[in-house]
Ligand binder design. Structure first.
Ligand code: FEO
Length: 394
């Protein structure tokens, strides 16, 4: 995409990565992503807000050329992760007068990660401002969205928030803006689940702080720009709220069909009781989809056969992931089938220490389920309904 004008002397000069399918060698990107970089010109100074992933060097340099950039005074560096900072050394080389502007923690990080020399870096305090000449950048330190060195920038005169990774989405599209809000909602929720959810308490504080600003446009580092900030702020308020929804996530794997039968029975039993349930067969699922459903789920059920004396490795991975993502889930249970014994329940229950959950009596059965075993699954569904009711989850 060519450089795009967002307002007088404010340009998007980033890159669209249509083909990227994995981030951090972990997070699936079904819709690609963008690395948003912005150029803000004042009467006296020019600031580049974040750079792009080094794989998109040519795109950024072409866009700067197209935007008529002869010099850059400041590279506002919100975040040291390389998908935004990776081009800093090259920009410093091409624009010898440019200085990086970042938090003190970020200075350390880009020194370590990119070997940016300290004399090319200016550190800024929280709420400090930088005058470009008729345009004022206000820096907002925003720890743990999602690294400790992160900051955001508010462009006062134009009422634009440059929000770094915060409020973003991994979504490559030719429309620079979040025009199709339903589409962007799903991408932004997936992104929140995978990247921001572990830092929910920090996110809440930042949301409260940003509520005091008059923001007319949000320009994140990934995904479409929001011309209606209320859309993404309201979504984040919902996702970060304390109260989960009346939903069950069933993450399971089955080797020879017995755990599958239990999973099928639980899905049916919950549906009969009016509880929304989302089953994920872990041998096929996209973990981003699973993460997204964890955002609202009040109950997680892990289904696993016993193999080599414990849970199936895919079930172990699901438990590890849920524990790391720290959703607001209130209840957990385990179902599964074993042949002769093992420590499946103890193993999985011991892996979810980060979750503030009550464990509902697991259902572990021997071999292929009998009618009695199915009754136990029905009883688990009853217990989930009861627990939801007692917790006031509607
Ligand atoms: Fe998009 Fe945390 O980097």
């Amino acid at each position: 995409m060519p450089a795009m004008e967002l307002g007088k002397d404010i340009h998007w000069v980033g890159a669209i990565d249509w083909d990227r399918r994995l981030f951090d060698e972990l997070i699936p990107l079904p819709d690609g992503t963008t690395y948003n970089s912005y150029l803000v010109k004042g009467r006296n100074k020019i600031a580049l807000i974040d750079t792009v992933d080094p794989t998109k060097e040519k795109v950024l340099l072409d866009n700067l050329r197209e935007a008529g950039v002869k010099s850059i005074d400041y590279i506002i560096t919100h975040h040291a992760e390389q998908d935004h900072s990776g081009m800093i050394p090259r920009i410093l080389e091409l624009y010898p007068m440019a200085k990086v502007v970042c938090t003190p923690k970020c200075k350390d990080q880009i020194g370590i990660l990119l070997h940016v020399p300290g004399d090319r870096i200016i550190t800024v305090a929280d709420s400090e401002t930088l005058d470009l000449g008729g345009r004022t950048l206000e820096f907002i330190h925003a720890q743990w969205v999602h690294w400790p060195e992160t900051m955001l920038t508010y462009l006062r005169e134009d009422k634009i928030l440059f929000s770094c990774d915060f409020l973003g989405s991994h979504l490559a599209q030719s429309d620079l803006f979040a025009t199709d809000e339903a589409r962007v909602y799903r991408s932004a929720k997936r992104y929140y689940a995978e990247i921001m959810m572990p830092f929910r308490s920090h996110i809440l504080k930042h949301l409260d702080r940003l509520a005091k600003y008059d923001i007319q446009m949000i320009c994140p580092s990934h995904g479409p720009i929001y011309r209606r900030p209320a859309f993404i702020f309201e979504a984040y308020r919902d996702w970060t709220s304390e109260k989960p929804k009346k939903e069950v996530v069933l993450a399971y794997v089955s080797m020879h069909g017995s755990t599958q039968l239990l999973a099928d029975r639980l899905v049916e039993a919950l549906m009969r009781r009016g509880i929304a349930v989302k089953p994920f067969n872990l041998s096929r699922t996209d973990i981003g989809e699973l993460a997204m459903e964890l955002v609202d789920a009040s109950t997680i059920v892990i289904g696993t056969p016993t193999v080599l004396g414990g849970a199936h490795p895919l079930a172990v991975y699901a438990a590890y992931l849920a524990n790391a993502l720290r959703p607001k889930t209130k209840f957990v249970s385990i179902i599964g089938s074993y042949g002769w014994g093992g420590k499946t329940v103890e193993q999985l229950a011991g892996m979810i220490g980060n979750l503030k959950v009550e464990v509902i009596e697991p259902v572990l059965i021997k071999g292929m389920p009998t009618d009695e075993d199915y009754s136990k699954i029905d009883a688990l569904a009853d217990a989930i309904v009861r627990k939801h009711g007692e917790a006031g989850i509607e």
